[in-house]
Structure formats: structure tokens, C-alpha cells
Design a protein around this ligand. Structure first.
Ligand code: UDX
Ligand code: UDX
Length: 462
């Protein structure tokens, strides 16, 4: 049978990153009847997707990729050919915060998106459905349709918004069984037909009642708002963590008490050294910029405070370290346990550990960083500070001779370390700053540590 007869639909995704790679792997694994090709301008990344050492660390991902790779899942740098044969084109190229010009520091940089739209026009010879997978400012679909449909070949492009809500570390579970899949379209005949086509793809494994449809602007905006609400919960509980420390309340007890109210809910109420990840800060700043551009100053300020609170939490964490370590950490060895922005990922984008390390270096501390997955990123993320920084794969080695350990990432392996052994190898007095509240603080105190959790009373020996 010819290849074109073998598959009932050809789908591609432009952008083989944290979003595009896992999402397409899941579609291919669940829908053997479709040909799914993931393309990227980065040849090294594509080569990694074609190997057993995938370019991103995500539990369960390799198994899903292996189920479909070579059967109906392909990774390629041949972007033009893939575009030409596809019926549905997902776009998940990156949309970082603009670093230049109007809106610098807040607005989304859409240059890769627009370039991709122009690549699509160039390589296409037939009508196509374009699916926005990247998180984009509300009303981007309008601009995209104008660019795409200004083509001189008479082709029609229908733009849908299908934001991805997966979280890193749990991407496979999130994709297998999403809370909801959101698909926004224009409410025209062509828009609704395109929307139905996308619904059909997801309906291969997602129950219909979880496939939500809306107008295209609601879908675009919902992604920004979902991330803003999630981040806002963390900033809210982090603000309360400070108040708990001053009043002898315990932030975990407060979170439990409020979280049992079904109107509030218990998730995303863990106080931390701060939220990280490629999305929260970028998306909130994007929301802020959009509100500002509509002249909604109060709304913009309201959301900007979620980010400002997060920046403050990271500063406050280091200030506290300096204060309790006798107001100086110059030339003291400080071990950071964890560099990834959360557990079960090697991703360090916007990781709070980066800011904490930089602040410690500003104080001339000697920082040693350990992490099971993310150490390769240290030299790039901390360029300019490496004179003061070393890395250690083994946490026991990292702790040797240190005055303090600071928990930056909630890796489960840190909970079961032999802290008696660690204590013996450290300078005294030895400090633990638990930026994730994952350790047994009383036990550490009994071993001899001075222990500083977040939002809870500290345990100190003097
Ligand atoms: C990205 C965005 O950061 C996020 O806003 C959006 O929601 C989804 O896409 P992520 O997958 O984590 O998220 O980004 P990244 O891992 O950087 O992947 C983007 C990929 O697009 C990269 O591999 C990059 O090489 C590729 N790319 C970028 C292209 O193929 N073409 C381009 O023109 C630009
Ligand atoms: C987030 C959204 O959850 C996801 O829906 C969206 O698609 C992308 O952005 P992600 O950034 O991968 O996903 O991880 P998430 O689990 O949301 O964690 C973000 C940050 O918040 C991490 O640094 C995490 O450690 C922190 N966090 C999370 C807390 O500090 N406290 C919490 O209670 C929960």
C-alpha cells in the first residue's frame, strides 16, 4: 500500500520542545491511523528525538515515543516537505518575553511565530488547519489569519487555538488523561468544521465531555488566565508564609485548613522559595502587557504583583540565610540541593535556584550545586558567576565542608538522604534551609542541624 493510503490524516508539529515533542508523541501513540511528524530548525534536537537519549527528561516519555517512532511518529528537520503534505499543522515554537523595543520585558516576542506562518505559506500548496499550541497573546489568531490568508496561491488557512495545559514532570499523565482539552475556533462554517476535525483527533482517547470548545479568543485567553491563577495561588501562600514565620502559625497547617474548603481546593498551596518554569512569569507578564495596552492599569498592577511577590520570596529566602548565618556568608561553602525548577524535570528555565545562586555569589559565598537531572544547565544559566560555583552529582560530596544546605527542588531522593552522615561532613554550626518544606525538620534538629523551613517556626540550637 502506498504511504498516502496508509494513514487517514497527516499531522505535523513545528517546534520539538517540551510542549510539541510529548504532545505529538501521545497523539501518535494513541492514533496509529495518523502520520505524525515533528519538525524543528534545531538538527541536534531532532537527532536526540530520534535516539534513546531524548532531548528532555520526562518520566514515561521514552516508552510513549518508542511505541510510535518509525511506525507513525517521525522527527525531522525537513520542515518544508512536512508542511506541504500536512492537513493539520500544530505550531509550538517558543514565544519568549520580548527583550527589546516596545513591550520589552513583558510582551511576547512573536517573531518565531510570524516567521513560521511565512514558512507555512511558502511550503504549502493546499488549504490547511493551523493549530496554535504555543501560549500566545489573546487575538494572535487574528494576526495569523491575516498573514496566512494574504497568500497569493488562493489557499485557505483556518487558525485554531488549542493551548496545552500539561505540566512538566507529569506531562505523560497530563496528556493521557487531561482535565480538559480546549479548542477555540472562529464561529464561521469553516472555523467550526476545522474545530470538529481537531475534536476528532483528541476523541481517540479523551472522553468527549472533557473536550471543551469555545471561540478562539476565549481559548487563547484561558491559557494565560489558567497560568496566572495557578501562579497567584503560590504567591498568595508564599505571602502568608512570611506572616506565619512572624506569628508562629504554620503555613502547612494553614494551607491544609483552607484547602479543605472545597471552594478553595488543596492543590497549588505549597509554600516554596518561589515558582519557576518557562510559563508562569512569562505568561503573567504577557497578561499584564495586554491589560496595559487596553489602558487597564489597575488590572495590570493586580496581576503584576503575583510576579513581584515571587521575586520578593526569592530575595527574602537569601536574606534570611545571610541573617541567621551571622550576617556574612562570604567564602562560606553553601550547597544548593536541586537546580531544576521543579522535581522530575531537567528543565531550569526561570528556576528559583538560579536567582538564589546569583544572590549567594553576590555575597561571595562559594556555591556548590547538585541535581539529579539539571546540572548540565548550570554553566549557561549562571554564566558570569562560575568563578564562585561548582557542581557535584553526589549530594553527599556537595555537602562536604559546607556551612549550609538549601533545598531548592523537591526531588524525592533528598527526603531519604542519610543526614547524620551529611551533618558529620559539614562545618559547624550546620544549617539547613528548606525552600520546599520536604524534610523532617525535627529529626534534622535532633541530629544537630539548625533548621529553617518556610512559613514555620525554625529549629535552632543557640
Ligand atoms: C514553547 C513556548 O515556550 C511556550 O510559550 C508555548 O506554550 C509552547 O512552546 P516549549 O515547548 O517549552 O514551549 O519551548 P521549547 O522547548 O523552547 O521548544 C520550542 C522549539 O521550537 C525549539 O526546539 C526550537 O528550536 C523550535 N523552533 C523555534 C522552530 O522549530 N522554529 C522557529 O522558528 C523557532
Ligand atoms: C505550568 C502549568 O501548571 C501548566 O498547566 C502549563 O501548561 C505550564 O505551566 P509547569 O511550569 O510545568 O506547568 O509546572 P507547575 O507544576 O505548574 O509548577 C510551576 C512552579 O510552581 C514550579 O517551580 C513549582 O515548584 C512551583 N509550585 C507549584 C510551588 O511553588 N507550589 C505549589 O504548590 C505548586
Amino acid at each position: 500500500m502506498s504511504e498516502s493510503g496508509k494513514f487517514s490524516m497527516k499531522i505535523i508539529c513545528i517546534g520539538a520542545g517540551y510542549v510539541g515533542g510529548p504532545t505529538m508523541a501521545m497523539i501518535a501513540a494513541r492514533c496509529p491511523q495518523y502520520k505524525v511528524t515533528v519538525v524543528d530548525i534545531n538538527a541536534e534536537r531532532i537527532a536526540a528525538w530520534n535516539s534513546d537519549k531524548l532531548p528532555i527528561y520526562e518520566p514515561g516519555l521514552l516508552d510513549v515515543v518508542k511505541t510510535a517512532r518509525g511506525r507513525n511518529l517521525f522527527f525531522s528537520t525537513n520542515i518544508a516537505d512536512a508542511i506541504n503534505e500536512a492537513e493539520v499543522i500544530f505550531v509550538s515554537v517558543n514565544t519568549p518575553t520580548k527583550t527589546f523595543g516596545e513591550g520589552a520585558g513583558k510582551a511576547a516576542d512573536l517573531q518565531y511565530w510570524e516567521k513560521t506562518a511565512r514558512d507555512i505559506i511558502k511550503a504549502s500548496n493546499s488549504d490547511k488547519i493551523i493549530v496554535e499550541k504555543s501560549t500566545l497573546p489573546v487575538r494572535t489568531a487574528h494576526a495569523m489569519e491575516r498573514i496566512l490568508n494574504a497568500n497569493e496561491k488562493g489557499m485557505h488557512f483556518e487558525v485554531l487555538s488549542n493551548p496545552e495545559f500539561l505540566a512538566e514532570g507529569t506531562a505523560i499523565e497530563d496528556l493521557k488523561s487531561p482535565d480538559r482539552v480546549l479548542i477555540g475556533s472562529q464561529l464561521t462554517e469553516k472555523g467550526l468544521a476545522a474545530r470538529e476535525k481537531l475534536v476528532e483527533i483528541y476523541a481517540n482517547w479523551v472522553p468527549r465531555e472533557r473536550i471543551l470548545t469555545s471561540n478562539v479568543w476565549s481559548a487563547e485567553l484561558s491559557k494565560l488566565v489558567a497560568n496566572a491563577f495557578l501562579a497567584q495561588r503560590i504567591s498568595s501562600i508564599n505571602s502568608i508564609s512570611m506572616l506565619c514565620e512572624a506569628t508562629e502559625a504554620n503555613v502547612s497547617e494553614v494551607a491544609k485548613a483552607i484547602g479543605m474548603d472545597s471552594r478553595i481546593g488543596s492543590r497549588f498551596l505549597n509554600a516554596s522559595v518561589g515558582f519557576g518554569g518557562s510559563c508562569f512569569k512569562k505568561d503573567i507578564l504577557n497578561l499584564v502587557y495586554i491589560c496595559e495596552s487596553y489602558g487597564m492599569t489597575e488590572v495590570a498592577e493586580y496581576w503584576e504583583n503575583v510576579v513581584l511577590m515571587n521575586e520578593y520570596q526569592k530575595k527574602r529566602f537569601v536574606r534570611n540565610m545571610i541573617r541567621v548565618m551571622f550576617n556574612t556568608i562570604a567564602s562560606k561553602r553553601v550547597a544548593l540541593f536541586g537546580f531544576a525548577f521543579k522535581a522530575d524535570t531537567g528543565d531550569t528555565r526561570e528556576s528559583p535556584a538560579i536567582d538564589v545562586a546569583k544572590q549567594l555569589v553576590d555575597e561571595h559565598a562559594r556555591v556548590v550545586i547538585t541535581d539529579p537531572e539539571a546540572l548540565d544547565n548550570v554553566p549557561k544559566d549562571l554564566a558570569g558567576c562560575m568563578e564562585y560555583i561548582t557542581t557535584e552529582t553526589d549530594p553527599y560530596e556537595a555537602a562536604k565542608g559546607a556551612h549550609a544546605i538549601a533545598i531548592m527542588t523537591e526531588w524525592k531522593e533528598y527526603k531519604t538522604l542519610d543526614f547524620e552522615r551529611i551533618f558529620k561532613s559539614m562545618e559547624k554550626p550546620a544549617f539547613v534551609f528548606d525552600g520546599r518544606n520536604i524534610l523532617d525538620h525535627k529529626k534534622l534538629f535532633e541530629i544537630g542541624f539548625n533548621v529553617y523551613p518556610l512559613g514555620k517556626e525554625c529549629w535552632k540550637h543557640f
